[in-house]
Design a protein around this ligand. Sequence first.
Ligand SMILES: [Fe+2]
Length: 204
Amino acid sequence: MTAVRTKVSLPELKYKFTDLEPFISADLNTLHYTKHHQTYVNGINQALEQHATAQAAGDLIKCVELQQNIKFHGGGYENHCLYWDSLAPQAVGGGKLPEESSGLYKAVISQYGSFDNLIKLANKALAGIQGSGWVFICKNLNNGALEIISVYNHERPSAHLRPLLALDAWEHAYYLQYKNVKVEFFSAIWNIINWAEAAKKFDA
Ligand SMILES: [Fe+2]
């Protein structure tokens, strides 16, 4: 029996790119989504296809060689899906802190004292990435605590960390609009963070 594999595709977004302006310009997001994210869609589909062929042929060496491509493009694909999910236009609550009764709100206050402190630490982690990478705000599934982690390239958080928010620190995420001043992008993005979605993921 041949296994049926469904190709991945760009996720459907719940907002228009003009709705995230002025914090992220429509031009920047269009490029990010239709070119960069699309590259990872194509990359992971191709790598999985090649892997299926190699596996069917019993070519273990080829399967091993393909792991890096699967990791890079698969991570790039998944991280970007999370990134779009982490954003929302202000008109539908982007930038608005989660309900005070939510588990996420309580965890932030108890661990960091305030959302400002959490944001400060996340921004420090973003600024500290040398080259390309991501910062995730995660829930540690072992103890329920929040963790801010940074990764290089398109690495993923460890299995015991559930990412609630994904922040893209690749140059392609800001350069078209913010040029070399990446700290301005990192400071602007909090105006359109989808905290309600993060709170949902915290409770999931
Ligand atoms: Fe990106």
